[in-house]
Design a protein around this ligand. Structure first.
Ligand code: GLY
Length: 452
């Protein structure tokens, strides 16, 4: 079988890698892909092949020409632009929702109202189109809030606020300065919750739901909590949309999985199939919070796997992904058996740190970061430790170089979480990003506390 994975980030690379492990699959095309893949064993063997295609009709033509059996769309942007619609019209089988159903992620106000209507627990929230009214609201309620851009923002559109001044500043940044572009024309202001975040996933096939009975924890803040110097320098511990991840989550238990399915997944899927009448096929991501008083709330719903959650879940999943993907397309998810191996996994993300610019310095991700730094040390990573590439590029002279703020994921597994952490950190320390403006000093940065 031939599969095409559409995307270019770490989650998409991991998806391509997982399909390449399927006993049914002998070729995975990765479009538009990233050049890092060619530096991995599967890329070198031609099992995963990046193809520089972005135009949706060209992707459909390519699938027909090559006889691609299934396309899995990894991220929200191509889904929102209707890639699945174009492929299905051409007769290509897909995993991922159609354009109209992406609203669950791209319109928080719509999803919040849906959840409220069906009685699924959410933090208290209000929706605003006017910044003055939003500021008046945060002043009036006084309690801590999270201010969220209503539209897509690559998993980064939420600002967690300590106090009223913070909340007013967040409204200003999102609605007036438009740091997330037009996604911030409308905001959702939510009560800030404390507790433990849980990222929970389910596959849908238009008739059934297959909740994954395994969940992960994402680390969103850019810095370790005790990295006071950086937090001060960057003006807060910014929410980056993922600096690392581990699974199984420390709260994983059969009773909590059952509770999540009963209180959250089933009512939501029932509303999608029966109230909205949507033929939704693909992944649903439930961003949840369990607070110290046992209240289980939905923070957000997304229409794809989490990044970096998928990078650890995929390693732990023993069920053949091609069988899941085909079942999601064909309405047969009720016949899929879920199997998970007994290892723990840790994903540590290598980011661009402080580097020298032509004039002055780049502070590094999540502020301004440099690009084009040669990535070295990949050949020293031991067997069994996966490297998934995100913000990378191929330079004619330097070879593989950095291109984004979050550059690559190092994912290691072991019988214990401590063992997985030890392997992941030992491996990532072998990699360096050479700062050509600064005597080739290493400008890579990563968090030290993933999985702790
Ligand atoms: N892990 C956050 C996201 O995928 O949006």
């Amino acid at each position: 079988m031939k599969v095409l994975v559409y995307g270019s980030g770490g989650r998409d690379h991991c998806l391509a890698d997982t399909y390449a492990d399927s006993r049914h699959v002998d070729k995975v095309y990765f479009a538009p892909g990233n050049p890092g893949v060619l530096h991995t064993p599967k890329g070198k063997r031609g099992l995963i092949e990046p193809v520089k295609l972005e135009d949706f009709q060209k992707v459909a033509d390519f699938c027909l020409e090559k006889g691609v059996d299934l396309v899995d769309v990894g991220s929200e942007n191509p889904l929102e632009k209707g890639l699945v619609n174009v492929l299905n019209q051409a007769g290509v089988k897909t995993v991922g929702p159609k354009e109209a159903f992406v609203k669950l992620e791209s319109d928080r106000a719509f999803t919040n109202d849906l959840l409220r209507r069906i009685g699924v627990s959410k933090p208290e929230y209000r929706i605003f189109d006017d910044p003055a009214a939003a500021k008046q609201y945060v002043r009036a309620i006084g309690y801590q809030v999270v201010v969220k851009a209503n539209g897509l923002a690559a998993g980064k559109g939420a600002i967690v606020c300590e106090d009223t001044m913070d909340a007013e500043a967040a409204v200003e940044k999102i609605m007036v300065e438009k740091i997330f572009g037009d996604s911030g024309k409308r905001v959702v202001i939510e009560e800030r919750k404390y507790g433990t975040e849980i990222s929970f996933f389910a596959y849908l096939d238009g008739k059934h739901v297959m909740p994954l009975k395994m969940f992960a924890q994402d680390y969103k803040p850019a810095f370790d909590p005790d990295d006071h110097d950086s937090i001060r320098e960057f003006g807060g511990n910014l929410n980056t949309g993922g600096t690392g991840c581990y699974c199984p989550h420390k709260l994983l238990s059969p009773w909590l999985v059952n509770r999540i399915i009963k209180e959250i997944v089933n009512p939501t899927v029932n509303a999608i199939y029966n109230d909205l009448g949507w033929d939704y096929r693909g992944v649903l991501y439930f961003g949840l919070n369990l607070d110290p008083y046992d209240s289980l709330d939905v923070f957000e719903i997304n229409v794809r796997h989490g990044d970096p959650e998928w990078e650890v879940l995929a390693r732990k999943l023993s069920t053949d992904i091609f069988e899941i993907g085909m079942a999601a397309w064909a309405g047969r998810l009720d016949q899929v058996k879920q199997v998970w191996n007994d290892q723990s996994y840790v994903d540590v993300i290598a980011m661009e740190g402080r580097s020298k610019a032509a004039r002055g310095w780049n502070k590094g991700y999540p502020a301004r970061y440099g690009k084009g730094h040669r990535i070295v040390g990949l050949d020293e990573i031991g067997k069994g430790v996966a490297v998934y590439f995100a913000g990378v590029d191929q330079d004619a002279e330097k070879g593989l170089v950095t291109f984004g703020g979050r550059v690559l994921h190092v994912v290691a597994g072991d019988a214990t979480l401590e063992g997985a952490r030890e392997k992941a950190y030992r491996s990532i320390r072998k990699i360096a990003f050479l700062d050509h403006n600064n005597d080739n000093m290493n400008c890579m940065r990563f968090r030290e506390t993933i999985g702790l």
